[in-house]
Structure formats: C-alpha cells, structure tokens
Design a protein around this ligand. Sequence first.
Ligand SMILES: Cc1ncc(COP(=O)(O)O)c(C=O)c1O
Length: 519
Amino acid sequence: MQIKPGHIYNTDKSKLVLIIDKLKNNRFKFVPLIKNSSQGLLIEELKASAIIKEVSAINSAEIKTEVLKLDYGRLDEILRQLVKYDAGIYFQNTKEKAKSRYIPAAGKIIGESELMNMIDASLDMWLTTGRFNDKFEKELAKFLGARHALTVNSGSSANLLALSALTSHKLKNKRLRPNDEVITVAAGFPTTVNPIIQNGLIPVFIDVDLKTFGVKTDQIEESITQKTKAVFVAHTLGNPFDIDKILNICRRHNLWLIEDNCDALGSEYKGKYTGTFGHIGTMSFYPAHHITMGEGGAVVTNDAVLFDILASMRDWGRDCYCPSGKDNTCGKRFEQQHGRLPFGYDHKYVYAHPGYNFKITDWQAAIGLSQLKKLPDFIKKRQTNFALLKSEFKKFEKYFILPEATKKSNPSWFGFWLTLKENVNFSKKELVDFLEKNGIGTRNLFAGNILRQPVFVDDEIKIRIRNSGILISSDLKEEHYALLPNTDAIMKRSFWIGLWPRISESEIKYISSKINEFI
Ligand SMILES: Cc1ncc(COP(=O)(O)O)c(C=O)c1O
C-alpha cells in the first residue's frame, strides 16, 4: 500500500492516524485522531491543539488500511494549525520574554494572534491585497460607523489621497484647482501639510490653542478668501478639535473638511468617532499609533462619490472597480465607450484619474484585523493612563500647562503633552535630557513650527498666514512667525510623553517621581 500525506489510515493497534509527512526509513509523521471521527469532527479536535501536540512518527508496517483522503480544504486547515502551533511555541519562548526598562513614548502591542494571522496570510501566498483586507476595510468602517473605509499604505498616503481626491474632475465645480487655498496649522505632522503643496494648492496657516493643541477656530473665518476651498487639520495627539464650530464654518462657506485622524483612532466627539464628521477622515497604522499593521493607513468617508474617487486614485487611477484578482464584475468589461479609446477597450485598463498605487498587502491587513479586536481595550487603557498622568501632574501645574480634553469630547489619547510655563527656571532641553537619561522617552509635537523647518526655509513655497496676502516661505521673517505665537510656543516649550497601553501605573508613578526630582 502506498502511504501518502493527507490520507487517514487505521493502524495495527486500531488507531486512526492522519499522515502529514514522509520521513526516512519508511517512517511517517502523523497526527493521532480519535477513532470513528467524522471529517468535521476531526477539524474541531485538531483545533483544540491537544492532538497536534502529539505529532510523532510511525513505521509503515504498523499502518494497515486506508480510511479516507482528506479534502484539500481540511488538509489546508490542519496543516495551518500545525505550523501555528510551532510558531506559538517560538513566540511564547522568545518574544514574550523580551522586555526593556526604557519607557518609550509610543509603541506597538502585537502578540500571538497577530503572528497567527501573519502566518495565515503567508500560507495563502496571495501577496497583494486580498481576503484579509476586504475584512479589515469592512470591520474598520463598522467600528467607526462610517459608510466606507479604504486601506492605504500609510497615514501620509491617506492624507495625500484624501486631498488629491478633492481635485477630481468628477466633483465638477467643487473640485480644488491649482492655487486654491486650504486652511491648516503649522504645529503638527508634516504630511498633513505636504499634500496641499503636492497638489499645487496654497496652505493657509492659523494658530493653535495651548490647552487643547487644537486649531484656533476663531482664526478660520478671518483667514477665508474667495480662493479658500478646504480645511485640513488634525485631531492633535488624539484630542478632537472643536468639530461643531468647524463644521458650522465649513457649511456656511462651502468648504471641504478633511480630518487628519491619524493620531485619534477611537476618539469621540458628542458620542461619535472622529474621522467620520468631515468629508474624508484619515488614519495611520504605523507602530506608534493606536493600532498597527507595520506600515498602513486608511481613508473613511460617508460620501459615495468621494469613495469612488478615492478607490480609483488609490488603485492607479483606474475606472474599473473590480477587486484585485477579479474581472468583469460589471459584465460590461468589453462593451463600453471610454474617453477617446476604441469602443470596447478593456475596462480593466481604463484610467479616470492621475492616481497612485497605495494598496496594502494582505499581511498588513491580517495584522490589522487582529489589532482591531484589541482596539477597544487599547483605547480604555490610553484613557486610564491619561487620567493617571493628569492627576499625578496636577501638583506640577505651577510649571506646566497641562493637556485638556476639548469640550464634548472623549479623546483616545496619543500622548500626554507638557508645555513649560514661560517663567520656569529650566529649559525644555534640560528637562528632556534628564528624562531621556532616566529611561523616559519623549517626543516633540513632530515638526514643531513647520514653517521654520528647512523644507519651508530653503524652498520658495507659496503660503498665507492667517489673513496675510501670499507669502513666499523662504522670505518669512520673525514678524510672520509672530502671527502664530502658540505654534512657536509649542515648538520651544512643549513635548510629550507616552501613555500607550503598555505603560503601567508604576511607570507613571516613576515618571512623576523623576519630574519631582528634576524640579
Ligand atoms: C497627525 C499625523 N498625520 C499623519 C501622520 C502620518 O502617518 P504615517 O506615519 O502612517 O505616514 C502622522 C504620523 O505620525 C501623524 O501624527
């Protein structure tokens, strides 16, 4: 009898075995099965992994009759379980044990379930975006209560895609045109601002509030001109900006609103998740963020037209909406007139936009799916840590302006920022150096005042500041920076420390004790 992997046999001891590999000297690796199991039951037993542990070898002479050949799907499932079982042993004995004493400002929490999903995605050998991504997009949209979510390969790509979408010809007279203006802030991450420049638009910078780090809404209206078409701002470090006020202004002035929600996944405003109020919201899944997939991001929208534009621009600018690996879902692949192409030109290769390729792989989505399940717990822990930090730091209020949640909001905090009061007798650098030396990670509010960065100082970028006329970035003088005093204050006097879920209460007490020691 020829003994083959994937087949189930009876042994001379009346045991049922599933052969999984051929070894040397007529020996076979097998998984023992419970006698009389139906195929369905076999899988359930194997999932319990108790049986998988008993993988051992048997001589061919002990194998008597063949019972059945396992179908491909079931064999696939069993062999996956075996691979994962070994990976679990690896994980529990290596990664779980590696802990450091440093308290980073941000970090990822990935565990065995992420590894298992990565293995599943690897065993699929699908490589590009696929079943895990479909599920992730659906679940992200469901979590946020948004109609549509589309993954992209970073938060920066999400921002670029979101703003580029607003330049689409499909939006007719509402589309953004070169030299149109977009209101934003200089205190934040560069890739909130860069897409404005990359699309040939003009960023108009307004100041931020020192308690909430949110955009100063009272400066929006004074900054609006005939050319102003959009507001593109972030919920900085997880704290929602004043959404009611901004939505109201946007409605009255017919402006698009993009929420950069990269630092605020899970933040709520009036009981609804941020990122779902504006026309488009963006997310980042870089390891420092609320959930991660290594590199990754997403755009969300409730608008069907914007969704089609975003999907087209994410996927090379194509007109066709067939998912990866599928053809002719509309049934008219060769039956339409497009542009000035010959009639019936393959719809798969018809392009409606100057698009990108921002798609993610299924490995990334697989990690993301596992992370999404943990998100509610992550959010709670960030909120608990914020509350602990806030109560610890109350005693230092003489020295620092402490963060404050925006009214009507429940932030899913990204970091705990501290702004040195003007009159303190130590510098930000002295304190940050001290904390880092004592194993406490710190971060700036990213670019600080982006207008002072080489990207603006060394280049001639057209900008406006509040109600100024057009300025050239390389020509800016101190009098211009002075129009954004809080932005400069944040650059000079603010930094943030971590509150991500791995940070414990005792670490928070340690941080507080070190600040006490320094002061
Ligand atoms: C507010 C904000 N927007 C955008 C990004 C960019 O995200 P990514 O690093 O995924 O490109 C970041 C990154 O931290 C960010 O903080």
